[in-house]
Design a protein around this ligand. Structure first.
Ligand SMILES: *Cc1c(COP(=O)(O)O)cnc(C)c1O
Length: 398
């Protein structure tokens, strides 16, 4: 039996191993509000920020700050309770109804985060007789949520519809009662969209249900930002999402779907039952965010104009991009040291990016994931493109 000091030195060894592999993540400190340009501790000037999920640029929007302040004035700071004891205010229900209406669903239920929404979704809905079929690139929270449920688990290669069909047949052959297909609406490392027309067609053919996590789409993909199902003009059964990205960027998650699904989650979803209600400021600003987003065709137009310009500029400079239409634009550099060198060169030139390498993406597929948003100006993009060209030459990437 080892003692406590050997436990702590064991952890320190693990940390040294992470660092030796070049995989240690160091957090920089932003000293301004989140936005197109940010100030960063220990640096002069403002950096162009290309790695926030602030797609519509709402993270510092005055209307959301004001709505949060008003909500605190009227409803206080904290709830000091889970929802079912004494943590539900009128505004929580108003936001749930608002989300459901926006997404065209019967009802919705709030969680502290989408990580919790996905973590709590599967276990109450599916039992040992059931099957869940999951895309191999699904978000960690879907993977964890599925691990917590007792259904049989099947996995298909990313967006491989032949494999999905094979798994549907497999699940049926093994006698599944209900089958749920679970997918991200947008795969966040690649910026590719799930093939929802084919997925929903296969689901219909096999009598399966569909669940889409639309964190990287709600607010800006599809008409009025209603997400990937609206983008493709298809219907899915269950949607999960976050208030922490395009919808103001604070925090909070939700599940939207048929009434019995939402009602059962309210009775049984563990992260809902055993975790605090969202604070009034977040709920009040969340309500205001949906008003802004619904009317934000101008911001969506700017977001996609920026995306087109950015993709073309990087391609012209000679960078290899993953193809796509989403504001996530991955710049492929293959090897982790090159991605890290490139990120360091960009940092020196006033551009804030994040390099992604194993284990977040497969070995040999290291990249810098850039993300467009509506807060970036033409000047910001020109500045960032010049920095990419210079940094790419400095490290020999182009
Ligand atoms: C960001 C994200 C989450 C987690 O959302 P939070 O509200 O931050 O917990 C879940 N799923 C996907 C696909 C995401 O991109």
């Amino acid at each position: 039996m080892a003692d406590k000091s050997s436990f702590l030195s064991h952890l320190a060894d693990t940390l040294r191993g992470i660092e030796a592999d070049g995989l240690l993540k160091r957090e920089r400190q932003i000293t301004s509000a989140q936005g197109g340009r940010v100030t960063v501790a220990g640096r002069d000037g403002r950096m162009v920020n290309l790695c926030a999920n602030n797609y519509l640029g709402l993270a510092d929007h005055p209307a959301l700050v004001a709505a949060a302040k008003t909500a605190m004035d009227e409803h206080g700071y904290g709830m000091a309770s889970v929802r079912f004891i004494c943590g539900t205010q009128d505004s929580h229900r108003a936001l749930e109804t608002r989300i459901a209406r926006f997404l065209g669903k019967d009802d919705a239920i709030l969680f502290a985060a989408c990580f919790d929404a996905n973590g709590g979704l599967f276990e109450p809905l599916l039992g040992t007789e059931d099957a869940v079929i999951s895309d191999a690139l699904n978000h960690a929270s879907i993977i964890d949520g599925i691990r917590l449920c007792k259904a049989r688990r099947y996995r298909y290669a990313n967006s491989d519809m032949a494999d999905l069909e094979a798994q549907l047949q497999h699940a049926r052959a093994e006698g599944a009662r209900f089958i749920l297909i679970a997918t991200d609406g947008v795969f966040s490392m690649d910026g590719t969209l799930a093939r929802l027309p084919e997925i929903t067609a296969l689901a219909a053919r096999y009598g399966a249900l569909t669940m889409v996590d639309d964190c990287h789409a709600t607010g800006f993909m599809g008409p009025q930002g209603r997400g990937t199902p609206a983008h493709f003009g298809v219907d899915v059964d269950i949607l999960t999402g976050t208030l922490g990205k395009a919808l103001g960027g604070a925090l909070g998650g939700y599940v939207a779907g048929p009434q019995p699904v939402i009602d059962l989650l309210r009775q049984r979803a563990r992260p809902y039952l055993f975790s605090n209600a969202l604070p009034p400021a977040v709920v009040g600003a969340g309500l205001a965010a949906f008003d802004l987003v619904e009317a934000a065709d101008d911001l969506r137009a700017r977001l996609f104009a920026n995306t087109t310009l950015w993709r073309a500029g990087l391609a012209d400079a000679g960078f290899r991009l993953l193809p796509g239409e989403h504001p996530i634009v991955p710049v492929m550099l293959d090897e982790a040291p090159l991605a890290q060198a490139m990120a360091a060169e960009l940092d020196r030139r006033g551009v804030y990016v994040a390099g992604f390498f194993f284990p977040v993406v497969p070995r040999g597929q290291a990249r810098i994931r850039t993300q467009m948003n509506a807060a970036l100006t033409r000047d910001d993009l020109d500045f960032a493109l010049a920095a990419f060209a210079a940094a790419g030459k400095a490290v020999g990437a182009i």
